[in-house]
Ligand binder design. Structure first.
Ligand code: ADP
Ligand code: MG
Length: 325
């Protein structure tokens, strides 16, 4: 890791000052944090009889967010996308680490970023226990650490023919919000707040993940779009699925999109929704109210992902989700 002044020049505040002011002083502690921010490493106490679930995600300026995103939104989302991964594993989040590369120590930016990040952390009882800071093109790497009772972590691999496929929440909102923020689509003003919240403030489905633990046969979170992410789940499970297009849960904002194909494309290929997609073996009843989940299809032996309309006709999506390369 770096010394006191990352990159030598460019930061008017020293690294320890930045860390203390924006992260240490604002972060919360707990009995499970023996040593937090400030030493060479954190000393943490895992609960007994638990498996540790770990996930890391990077966000890079111009790739994962554009200039229009506020520092607070970026801070919030950097943690939210990671917590979404823990949700998909059924884990209860405990700790986070944060590595930041910044072009300059812009105090307004740091203030907003740490507020957004730590506001969401507090909401889920997540303690920021360490990180790193360096000068460089804006990039953010967040690690999250959570727990499941031994042997109960959810995986992508367990879907079996006959299982039903579910998604939480609604699909396509973030993608529609992005199109609108880029001036590539229009919508009524009454939908703006909802779409902005879905794009910049996705709610990680932690409670839903916990409710699925020990019940769902498989699970994944939807970061790149249903086609892409359900595709990963199916590949991991060695199965296929048929999805009923007309049963996809759509918000009033997406329902208001006039063109049916655009509506379906948003729901199928739009990324950034951070809902959970999971499968249940037939007869395994869970209180679906606690997950606000909708059944959208069925797992089949035949590999691949097929889409049908309510009238039985096939639907072929035009794009396959967000591509990183
Ligand atoms: P070292 O040089 O020993 O790696 P650093 O000077 O990088 O230590 O960091 C000092 C302390 O501050 C460490 O405990 C580290 O985990 C913490 N820290 C550094 N950057 C951040 C950050 N962005 N958010 C939270 N904690 C941080
Ligand atoms: Mg360092």
């Amino acid at each position: 890791m770096a010394g006191a002044r990352p990159g030598g020049e460019g930061f008017s505040l020293s690294e320890p000052e930045i860390i203390r002011r924006y992260f240490l002083d604002r972060a919360s502690g707990g009995d499970d944090v023996i040593v937090g921010i400030g030493d060479d490493g954190a000393i943490l106490r895992p609960p007994e009889h638990a498996d540790l679930v770990v996930s890391v995600d990077m966000l890079v300026a111009e790739v994962h967010f554009g200039r229009e995103a506020s520092a607070e939104d970026i801070g919030y989302k950097a943690l939210a996308v990671n917590l979404s991964d823990l949700a998909a594993m059924g884990a209860e989040p405990a700790w986070a680490t944060l590595a930041l590369a910044l072009p300059a120590a812009d105090e307004g930016w740091l203030d907003g970023f740490s507020r957004g990040f730590l506001e969401l952390a507090r909401r889920h009882g997540v303690k920021l226990v360490g990180g790193d800071l360096t000068r460089g093109p804006l990039a953010i790497a967040v690690g999250v650490y959570g727990f499941v009772p031994r042997g109960t972590g959810l995986r992508r691999t367990g879907a079996r023919p006959g299982d039903l496929v579910y998604v939480t929440g609604t699909l396509g909102d973030a993608a529609l919000g992005l199109l609108i923020s880029q001036g590539r689509a229009e919508t009524e003003e009454i939908f703006w707040d909802h779409l902005n919240a879905r794009l910049y403030r996705p709610a990680p489905r932690i409670a839903e993940g916990l409710a699925l633990r020990g019940r769902a046969s498989s699970a994944i979170d939807l970061s790149d779009g249903l086609v892409s992410d359900l595709g990963h789940l199916l590949a991991a499970s060695g199965a296929g699925a048929t999805i009923d297009i007309d049963s996809l849960p759509l918000s009033p904002a997406v329902q208001a999109v006039g063109d049916a194909r655009t509506r379906f494309e948003l729901a199928l290929a739009g990324g950034d929704d951070y809902e959970l997609c999971f499968t249940l073996a037939p007869g395994s009843h869970i209180t679906l109210e606690s997950t606000s989940a909708h059944c959208i299809g069925r797992i089949e032996e035949q590999a691949g992902l097929r889409f049908v309309r309510a009238d039985g006709t096939r639907f072929v999506p035009g794009s396959a989700g967000y591509r990183h390369f």
